[in-house]
Ligand binder design. Structure first.
Ligand SMILES: Cc1cc2nc3c(=O)[nH]c(=O)nc-3n(C[C@H](O)[C@H](O)[C@H](O)COP(=O)(O)O)c2cc1C
Length: 203
């Protein structure tokens, strides 16, 4: 099938998020300038550069995470293992601004090393980030959309020793959760390797 996006898909549910899937989940923890802490999952999340290491998350509307991150210029991006999927989902509750989703989801905030935002103690990894840009993406007519993109430079990295095998992050131990379409999630446990081709070498 093909449809013009503007005409609609005619399917029971919008397929787009099921097509652009799986998406990693950035579990964004932040602190307001008055010290309140916040936690929420964002699947519009990814690493976009390695040198420096930049990550981004995108909020559909001006959510508490964006407000706090703008106030202090810092956030932590925590990564979710399968045993934390329920807690991660709980932390997406639309709690009033200033109410900690750590408490609601039964999670433990820990101090970061280099930023004032907390991190999720239970997460297998946490990236301490300093905000570099808060952008308002535009549509094809140049009009700003409701989404707000936050880009942060990773200044510190926490990795649980429990997910390392011979110094490598072992996905069979970290069991990262990703977001699919609809109400679906996936846990990555099976991997395989491929090496990039070099022009002139046999395939
Ligand atoms: C797995 C998952 C992924 C989500 N991804 C996003 C996202 O990318 N962007 C967004 O705006 N909301 C996303 N949400 C919804 C937010 O987590 C939710 O609106 C939350 O209440 C925002 O919290 P805050 O107001 O404390 O920032 C997601 C929810 C779940 C469960």
């Amino acid at each position: 099938m093909f449809y013009k996006y503007a005409d609609g898909h005619g399917l029971p549910h919008d397929p787009l998020k099921a097509i652009v899937a799986p998406r990693p989940i950035g579990w964004i923890s932040s602190r307001s300038k008055t010290g309140a802490i916040n936690l929420a999952p964002f699947s519009f999340f990814n690493m976009i550069s390695t040198k420096p290491c930049l990550v981004m998350f995108c909020s559909e509307g001006y959510k508490d995470s964006v407000a706090f991150v703008e106030e202090t210029g810092e956030f932590a991006a925590n990564l979710v293992s399968s045993h934390l999927a329920v807690a991660m989902n709980a932390s997406s509750v639309n709690a009033p601004r200033g109410t900690s989703e750590f408490v609601y989801a039964g999670l433990t905030p820990a101090d970061c090393e280099l930023i004032t935002a907390p991190r999720v103690t239970e997460a297998f990894a946490s990236l301490e980030c300093v905000v570099t840009e808060v952008r308002r993406p535009k549509d094809r007519n140049g009009n700003p959309v409701a989404a707000i993109m936050v880009i942060g430079e990773v200044v510190g990295v926490h990795i649980s020793e429990d997910v390392l095998t011979d110094g490598l992050v072992d996905i069979t131990k970290s069991k990262p959760v990703s977001r699919l379409g609809y109400m679906d999630f996936a846990t990555t446990e099976v991997t395989y390797q491929m090496f990039r081709p070099k022009w002139g070498e046999s395939k």
